[in-house]
Design a binder for this molecule. Structure first.
Ligand code: PNS
Length: 164
């Protein structure tokens, strides 16, 4: 069976942890659609188009990975893409409660779609987009947390914000 999986998230910005999940999913599923959520209630650093552009650049090396964005309910988007699986990364127990709730709610909304949780590689288990932004804001080193292209874009964005 050629299973299509959707890997949704904010990706503000994409981290090494996200790329680890994308790479591993690309080996498990026929097609992986990395889906940037547009209607999230969060203060974001990068507009959606920039997040999509970064992810496209970072995932070019995997032929069965595609990057898209979506608005509205994730399960409606996944159905539209004929996806049978939603992929989420789990870093620690602290992620579990939120992911558990979301997986059950999505299952209730779309019983034909399953959520597959992948444990983030241990070297990435402490990385989050929020931590990356916070460290960068105070001039800390984020080289081990994000790819070089993302590091440069984050610091440029921060410089731009400070200049305003
Ligand atoms: O990277 P994030 O911020 O943890 O991703 C959360 C995301 C975007 C996957 C989640 O907020 C989502 O699916 N939003 C779309 C709206 C939706 O379907 N909400 C119900 C989920 S139970």
């Amino acid at each position: 069976m050629r299973i299509i999986a959707v890997y949704p998230g904010s990706f503000d910005p994409p981290t090494n942890g996200h790329l680890d999940i994308i790479e591993r999913s690309s080996r498990m599923f026929a097609r992986v659609v990395v889906a940037v959520a547009l209607n999230i209630r969060k203060n974001v650093l990068f507009p959606p188009a920039e997040r999509v552009r970064m992810l496209r650049r970072l995932t070019r090396r995997w032929g069965n990975v595609e990057v898209d964005s979506f608005r509205g309910l994730l399960v409606d988007y996944a159905r539209g893409r004929e996806a049978r699986v939603l992929v989420r990364g789990l870093r620690a127990i602290s992620d579990f409660e939120y992911e558990f709730q979301m997986a059950h709610m999505n299952k209730k909304l779309a019983p034909e779609i399953d959520t597959v949780m992948l444990m983030t590689g241990e070297q990435h288990s402490y990385i989050s987009s929020n931590i990356v932004k916070e460290i960068a804001m105070f001039g800390g080193k984020i080289d081990d947390l994000v790819p070089p292209v993302v590091r440069d874009l984050v610091f440029n964005k921060m410089k731009g914000a400070k200049g305003k």
